[in-house]
Each structure stands twice: as structure tokens, then as C-alpha cells.
Write a protein that binds this ligand. Structure first.
Ligand SMILES: [Zn+2]
Length: 99
């Protein structure tokens, strides 16, 4: 089953090229079962539509062969890195992941 994470430009300012992920209290990346679930949770936190507008919902695209957790498309501009695992805090080349 796929997971969804949420990110936005730092501080929600669209000119920022750095991004930040929605985190749990322990600083791990927050995961949702669907974009719908994420939006419901955000609405419960009092997120406005304007704040929601700059957020991006990123769906997982595979399984990490190291920890079995969800793999997400890498947002790094570094050449060749295609996937990232938030649990391992690692970026992977395409051939390292399981489909
Ligand atoms: Zn992993």
C-alpha cells in the first residue's frame, strides 16, 4: 500500500527553493495512507487553503529493500538519485530498490 508525505517550500514561501517535510513530534517524516487523509489531518490542524496551496503531496512509488518502508521519488537535484527512504534517511539509485 502506498503512503503519502507532505512537503512545502520552507516557511511556505514559494520563492524558497529549499523544502521542508511535515514532521511528527519526534522529527520523523509524517506519513499518511492517502492524500485525502493528509488533507483531513491538515484541516484539523487549522491549515488554511492558502497554506494548503503551496503544499505538495508526494506518493510513495516502491518499497525500500533495506527497511521494507515506503520509497518516495527523490527531490534531490543530485544526478542519478531517483528514490529516497525517510526511515533510512538515504537516497537510492533506481537499481537499488525493489518494485
Ligand atoms: Zn529504508
Amino acid at each position: 500500500m502506498s503512503k503519502v508525505v507532505v512537503y512545502r517550500p520552507v516557511d511556505g514561501i514559494t520563492l524558497n527553493t529549499e523544502i521542508e517535510y511535515l514532521l511528527n513530534e519526534d522529527d520523523s517524516v509524517m506519513m499518511f495512507d492517502s492524500e485525502e487523509q493528509a488533507k483531513i489531518w491538515l484541516a484539523m490542524q487549522g491549515i488554511t487553503e492558502e497554506e494548503l496551496f503551496v503544499m505538495t503531496f508526494l506518493e510513495s512509488c516502491g518499497t525500500c529493500k533495506r527497511c521494507g518502508g515506503p520509497l518516495f521519488p527523490s527531490l534531490l537535484k543530485k544526478e542519478g538519485y531517483t528514490y529516497q527512504c525517510f526511515t533510512c534517511d538515504e537516497d537510492f539509485y533506481a537499481f537499488e530498490q525493489n518494485d
